[in-house]
Design a protein around this ligand. Structure first.
Ligand SMILES: Nc1ncnc2c1ncn2[C@@H]1O[C@H](COP(=O)(O)OP(=O)(O)OP(=O)(O)O)[C@@H](O)[C@H]1O
Length: 127
């Protein structure tokens, strides 16, 4: 193995370290991220209880990832905006609203998919 590819592997390793640090940061500093993780655990537990098909698990996994990713990007944008615009600024407000709106869109899509997947199964168990 050449020294160039060794160097690349080391850089990749460090990159993963930074990326995991990003997840840790989100977990430690962002209440909403922790709430989403908690909801994800509840949904996974519910999925195990009611029994989901492979396709349903794929959709649930995608939805969980979709919400967590948008929440992390929203947090990153908020942090940057707070740094760039410590005082009130119209652009800052617009960017934050758009970014929060993206999380809401992800959450609404996820809720709709969740209801379509889980409601008939829960109804079947209850009735
Ligand atoms: N510097 C600013 N200039 C103008 N409006 C702002 C500014 N900071 C925040 N806002 C407005 O206040 C709203 C809430 O901002 P805030 O920073 O409290 O985020 P948040 O939605 O409460 O997020 P979180 O709960 O994740 O901290 C924004 O969506 C925006 O409309």
């Amino acid at each position: 193995m050449s020294s160039d590819s060794n160097e690349n592997n080391v850089k990749k390793g460090i990159g993963f370290g930074f990326a995991f640090n990003g997840i840790l940061l989100a977990f430690r500093a962002e209440k909403n991220f922790r709430i989403h993780i908690l909801i994800a655990f509840v949904v996974i537990t519910l999925g195990l209880l009611v029994g989901l098909s492979i396709v349903e698990w794929l959709l649930v996994s995608l939805c969980i990832g979709f919400v967590l990713v948008t929440e992390m990007i929203n947090s990153a944008i908020e942090a940057l905006i707070d740094h760039l615009f410590p005082d009130y600024h119209e652009v800052a407000g617009r960017v934050k609203d758009l970014s929060a709106g993206a999380v809401l869109v992800a959450a609404i899509c996820t809720a709709v998919i969740g209801v379509i997947i889980f409601l008939p199964k829960i109804y079947h168990i209850i009735v």
